[in-house]
Design a protein around this ligand. Structure first.
Ligand SMILES: [Zn+2]
Length: 340
């Protein structure tokens, strides 16, 4: 059995958000560098199962296909902030009535949908390397070197849309991969993060080449609040190619497994994708501070095995997961499911 290649670059740790504004409260930022370090250490100590690689720098044109010029300019504007400054948007204009200049950070709220996703002079660099992990994870699978690969993408990506950021996400790493693959292939994205993958949904909403499925907590109670309902099923050519599945607070693995077997896997098989992409969030863990399912560490290995049994080339891209003490063990458990 081949090892699973995992991609990570130390420059992803340069970005250190300290706090966020959550429903009016200033709280410690959950998206810390400790997350990536926890995963990296867990994979590193298991050399029999995992191979760690640094990704190559990616040309900006690979990001431009999935994100607007203005969004990228905004991050580059923030790159010239002094070291001790971090920008949190606090004014969010209604887009149809506003115009914005991405070279002016005061206009950041035009491109952002929450106050939990700060910009500083390291955001751009970390986000570019996070995207590079996903692209290189894709390349080794496309070349047929490995059936499965893992991108330790941090910051995460699934809340970022073509022209907006939020939910700790700047570039939609998994969408970059899907956009590249769909040039010649059919692609299915399964999002198993606790939160709805609103950015990924938006990017492929009118697309019939990319099937998007997200399993998540109820948006009436949890982020991203305004997206993720079953009625959002795609439009135009993409009608019927987006699926949102809501599970209740406290969901344990038997129910999650049944959802995969009875609802999700039949959809994927029917679509007949050439590649499967997993937006792998681990904030479904029972101790996660901002997720509210009850999955346990061994459950992730069972889930990985179930997904592996679909028998598709699979690229796994890291999303959320904020209980850093066990995050590495949870990621390792999930990936080992693909080796079992
Ligand atoms: Zn999440």
């Amino acid at each position: 059995m081949k090892k699973i290649p995992a991609f990570f670059h130390s420059s992803q740790l340069a970005f250190k958000p300290k706090y966020e504004w959550a429903l009016g409260h200033r709280i410690k930022h959950p998206e810390t560098t400790r997350r990536a370090e926890s995963i990296f250490q867990a994979l590193k100590k298991d050399e029999q199962c995992f191979e760690l690689h640094e990704p190559q720098k990616i040309p900006l044109k690979e990001i431009r296909e999935s994100h607007s010029y203005e969004l990228m300019t905004l991050y580059q504007t923030a790159a010239s902030l002094p070291d001790d400054e971090t920008f949190y948007p606090s004014v969010f204009p209604q887009r149809l009535k506003a115009q914005a200049n991405p070279s002016n950070l005061s206009h950041a709220g035009f491109y952002c949908f929450d106050s939990g996703t700060p910009l500083n002079n390291k955001t751009w660099e970390a986000a570019c390397w996070s995207a590079a992990c996903a692209i290189d994870a894709m390349k080794v699978v496309v070349k047929g070197k490995y059936p499965y690969s893992y991108a330790l993408s941090r910051p995460p990506g699934h809340h970022a849309s073509y022209d907006s950021y939020g939910g700790y996400c700047y570039f939609n790493n998994i969408a970059l991969v899907a956009r590249e693959l769909k040039k010649k292939n059919r692609v299915a994205i399964l999002d198993i993060d606790f939160h709805h993958g609103n950015g990924t949904q938006d990017i492929f909403y009118e697309d019939s080449d990319v099937l998007t499925i997200s399993i998540h907590g109820d948006p009436r109670s949890y982020f991203p609040y305004f997206r993720g309902f079953p009625s959002e099923a795609g439009s135009g050519a993409g009608a019927g190619y987006n699926h949102n599945i809501i599970l209740p607070k406290g969901t344990r693995y038997p129910e999650y497994k049944k959802t995969l077997n009875d609802i999700v896997f039949p959809m994927i098989r029917y679509f007949e994708p050439d590649y499967l992409l997993i937006a792998a969030g681990f904030d479904t863990y029972k101790l996660d501070p901002i997720g509210h399912f009850d999955l346990e560490t061994p459950d992730y290995q069972k889930m990985g095995k179930q997904i592996k049994d679909l028998n598709l080339p699979t690229i796994i891209v890291q999303e959320g997961g904020y209980y850093t003490k066990d995050l590495g063990a949870n990621v390792s458990s999930f990936l080992k499911g693909f080796l079992s």
